[in-house]
Write a protein that binds this ligand. Structure first.
Ligand code: ADP
Length: 267
């Protein structure tokens, strides 16, 4: 799309020339459309639990007023809907924060092994509850990266949580760290962290869009498990800020591998 406007039309025309400025506004239109889609998605995601809450409030005021058992059950459901909204707002704030910081270079020097150990430590109860064994395979080489520690923990938390949530039927989730001296993807030394699950995998048609906001490969399962559809979008922005890459490989019936590639120091 092109926008066209006359510059100083009258004067120029008198002199026998008309000056016209052309500007490609395709990107502006695309950005506008993306903003509108985002607002529509957020409204839809918030409206669903809100509608449920309003319905239950009405029922509690009316038919369930005298029924203590039904009241308790409805209050439980309402609590679930409220915490879904809370998670969504939390993820929206995280996304907006990481987008805002994308141009600010991270400055902390951290060992990847420490970041992953602390991530696994806090996710152990979640894995235990799902009956999933977490298998760290960090190797011997200590790999250091320049990073934002909290954000890096968020990346691996989101990926391991997904591996447990969606791939947990495989019974285990493996984490591997490796070092590549001359990484063609980053043109320098890189650290690669693989989060591997042995669950149902993801249909290849979904892979290119997986990091889009609110994109879900299996919408029903995501909602059932309390997903907001924003986890991988947050991951992508944080990895961009670290000048890294995210790679996803998956095979139906075999499982998925999410690889985070980060520039690192020579060990
Ligand atoms: P959600 O909040 O829905 O989990 P994410 O952005 O974290 O959102 O993930 C997007 C979608 O990618 C999920 O809804 C799920 O369908 C799919 N997905 C992510 N990780 C895995 C995995 N390890 N195995 C299968 N599907 C996955």
């Amino acid at each position: 799309r092109v926008s066209c406007r006359f510059i100083d039309g009258a004067g120029e025309r008198q002199a026998g020339a008309v000056l016209v400025a052309f500007e490609d506004i395709t990107h502006l239109e695309q950005a506008g459309q993306m903003r509108r889609d985002f607002v529509a998605n957020v409204s839809h995601e918030l409206r669903t639990p809100l509608t449920a809450l309003m319905g239950f409030i009405e029922t509690l005021r009316g038919p369930a007023r005298e029924d203590a058992k039904a009241r308790d059950r409805f209050l439980d459901i309402m609590e679930g809907e409220a915490s879904r909204m809370n998670r969504l707002v939390g993820d929206l704030l995280s996304l907006s924060r990481v987008e805002g910081e994308e141009r600010v270079r991270p400055t902390e020097e951290v060992y990847l092994k420490d970041v992953l150990t602390s991530t696994l430590h806090s996710l152990r109860p979640v894995a235990d509850e799902a009956g999933v064994t977490l298998e760290p395979n960090f190797g011997e080489v200590p790999i250091k990266v320049t990073a934002d520690l909290d954000q890096l923990i968020q990346v691996f938390t989101n990926l391991v949580e997904n591996a447990i949530k969606y791939g947990g039927s495989g019974g285990r989730v493996t984490l591997q760290i490796s070092y590549v001296q001359r990484d063609p993807a980053l043109r320098g030394p890189s650290a690669r962290v693989k989060v591997i699950d042995y669950g149902p995998g993801i249909d290849p048609v979904h892979l290119p869009r997986l990091t889009e906001r609110f994109y879900r490969a299996d919408s029903h399962r995501s909602r059932e498990l309390g997903g907001t559809g924003l986890g991988l979008a947050i991951v992508k922005h944080i990895i961009n800020r670290h000048r890294g890459r995210l790679r996803v490989e998956s095979e139906l019936g075999t499982g998925s591998v999410f690889t985070v590639i980060l520039p690192c120091h020579e060990p």
